[in-house]
Design a binder for this molecule. Structure first.
Ligand SMILES: Nc1ncnc2c1ncn2[C@@H]1O[C@H](COP(=O)(O)OP(=O)(O)OP(=O)(O)O)[C@@H](O)[C@H]1O
Ligand SMILES: [Mg+2]
Length: 561
């Protein structure tokens, strides 16, 4: 190597060991604006070969006997853009036709230009220039390829980014779609529930109305039968007829009672109730009702708060649930009755608050979803004709709602049924409920004048007769205003008994107006309704329809003393 080469600028390598060949070639080549590096032998040349070599000038005698393999290897390892040019100075001319060994050079070196000695300096110069130009084009190709590679890389990156974003977006869309589907399903469920509740509500209103009228009729029927029994001569045949009619009417009354319960219109006496004690007290009755093939398992923790509930109605409800469970376990099983204190947060069927939960579960045949959805509808029964009225669960549902609680059912075919009756915890103050009048009150003592107000002619007639039979004088009034007219006169009235539901003026409105006229007048409210408006100032004693003469007498005695 004879001269230093500026970094990364093109240079030519010269391998011309004979005489001054190398120096002459170098001075000519430098005129083509390329630095020149003279090499001592082929291995020395291979050592300095790199991309910045413009071309290699070799004289034929320098490689005639050399081992060309390392050079061929280097050439084969060139990058795609590179085809290193050689200028071969020969003594015998270029083409293989005139110089047979030229074929060997062509094969070994690839890109070869031949210059035949003796040559004119301009020939070498022009060959050098042309070769450098060719090499520069290769370098241009290299940077084009490099640019191309960079853009490909960028494209790849953009592609990757795009794919990532598409994936993210797809995931977001999928998520939104899933949410939407869930919302639609939830909405459909809520709508279905709402429809179901509305349906029950309208059935409730209808049954409630019918049952209320029916109750009035039965009040008249039972009242008149009672009077008939007293007035007809003692005759076993007649007695039997009256018994039959009375029993029929009483069965009608208990059916009506259940309908009113479903319609949330039964007269209830809610008071703080110790449910554990209630359930324990029913142990024997439950055992007898479900028979020996079914085991009963009680879970009644101590120290539960009292529930605000109607003792008798809850007993009836529990009995109904137990009988349903029994019917679902014809081959035996286990009935579980459990109590627990629960907290409810604002939900679909309960207000936020503390509750006592009575759970009745069985290991019976369970219900399919269609049966479960209809189970609390009144008159829905899967039992054979004559076996079930289909009013059991509807009654319990109405009772739960009326007590501001809830009935929740869950069931699966083959896996049993679970009924939960949620009842609100009684918060301290026990509902003021008059003690039940004791049996056998002497009803004959006081003869009173009773103002009896009812818009129903039949009831008016039969109740007036019952009262007169008790020895009282009766003034009948068909409406609130008519009753007020009576009170405005100075007629003596000892007691007013009024119906609640009357057109124009309700029994409560009448009572309010009557108190203004006669502040001390005892008033008894006869009603088949429990959903009376809450009026603290008017906690009137009540008489539930249909009533017997004995109940009328007891109430009158407890009011008049
Ligand atoms: N524990 C239960 N296991 C399986 N199915 C039940 C259960 N409780 C109720 N059902 C289903 O719900 C229906 C309605 O019950 P509901 O108590 O209202 O009426 P019922 O039992 O058929 O008649 P009733 O109570 O008047 O004798 C039943 O006919 C039955 O198909
Ligand atoms: Mg039942």
């Amino acid at each position: 190597m004879t001269s230093a080469v500026p970094a990364r600028s093109l240079r030519a390598l010269v391998l011309a060991p004979r005489g001054r060949d190398s120096a002459v070639a170098a001075s000519l080549i430098e005129q083509a604006d390329v630095a020149c590096l003279a090499c001592r032998d082929l291995p020395g040349l291979i050592e300095v070969l790199d991309d910045d070599v413009a071309f290699v000038l070799i004289t034929e005698e320098a490689i005639r006997v050399a081992d060309l393999k390392p050079l061929s290897l280097w050439l084969a390892g060139q990058p795609a853009w590179s085809d290193l040019p050689f200028v071969l100075v020969t003594d015998h001319g270029g083409g293989p036709e005139r110089n047979p060994i030229a074929a060997r050079w062509l094969e070994a070196l690839g890109n070869v230009s031949f210059i035949e000695r003796p040559f004119h300096p301009t020939t070498l110069l022009s060959v050098a220039r042309a070769t450098v130009k060719g090499r520069r084009r290769q370098h241009e190709t290299r940077s084009l390829l490099e640019d191309l590679r960079q853009s490909e890389l960028r494209l790849q990156q953009t592609n990757d980014q795009l794919e990532r974003r598409v994936e993210e977006r797809t995931a977001q869309l999928q998520h939104a779609h899933d949410e939407l589907v869930a919302q639609i399903a939830e909405r459909a469920r809520t709508e279905e529930q709402l429809r179901h509740m509305q349906k029950l509500e309208s059935i409730g209103q209808l049954t409630g109305g019918v049952a209320h009228d029916f109750n009035n009729l039965l009040t008249a029927v039972l009242g008149n039968l009672e009077l008939l029994r007293k007035r007809l001569p003692a005759d076993p045949g007649i007695e039997r007829l009256i018994d039959g009619a009375t029993q029929g009417a009483q069965r009608g009354a208990s059916l009506t009672q259940r309908l009113l319960a479903f319609a949330r219109r039964q007269a209830l006496e809610p008071r703080p109730t110790d449910l554990a004690e209630l359930v324990r007290g029913m142990g024997d009755l439950l055992g007898r009702s479900i028979g020996p093939s079914i085991a009963i398992d009680f879970d009644l923790p101590t120290g539960l708060p009292s529930a605000l509930a109607d003792h008798n109605q809850i007993e009836l409800a529990l009995l109904n649930l137990a009988v349903n469970a029994r019917d679902a376990m014809p081959d035996g099983g286990t009935l579980k009755v459990a109590l627990s204190a629960e907290l409810a947060s604002e939900g679909r069927d309960l207000a936020r608050g503390r509750y006592v939960r009575l759970t009745v579960s069985d290991t019976g045949r369970g219900m399919d979803p269609q049966t479960l959805a209809r189970a609390i509808e009144p008159f829905f029964s899967t039992k054979e004709v004559g076996k079930g009225t289909g009013l059991g669960l509807s009654m319990i549902h109405g009772l739960a709602l009326q007590l501001k609680g809830a009935l929740r059912l869950s069931s699966e075919v083959g896996r049993g049924t679970r009924a939960e009756l949620w009842l609100p915890v009684a918060n301290g103050s026990s509902a003021a409920v008059a003690p039940e009048p004791a049996d056998g009150v002497d009803t004959s003592k006081r003869q009173a004048t009773v103002l009896f107000v009812d818009d129903d002619f039949l009831i008016s007639l039969s109740t007036a007769s019952l009262l007169e039979d008790l020895g009282h004088t009766v003034i009948k009034a068909p409406s609130g205003p008519a009753a007020l007219e009576v009170l405005k006169n100075d007629k003596p009235v000892d007691l007013m008994i009024t119906d609640y539901a009357m057109p124009g003026m309700t029994g409560l409105q009448l009572a309010e107006a009557a108190r203004k006229l006669r502040p001390d007048l005892p008033i008894l409210l006869a009603t088949g309704y429990a959903d009376l408006p809450v009026r603290a100032s008017f906690d009137l004693p009540r008489l539930s329809k249909p009533y017997l003469q004995k109940q009328l007498a007891e109430q009158i005695t407890s009011l008049l003393g």
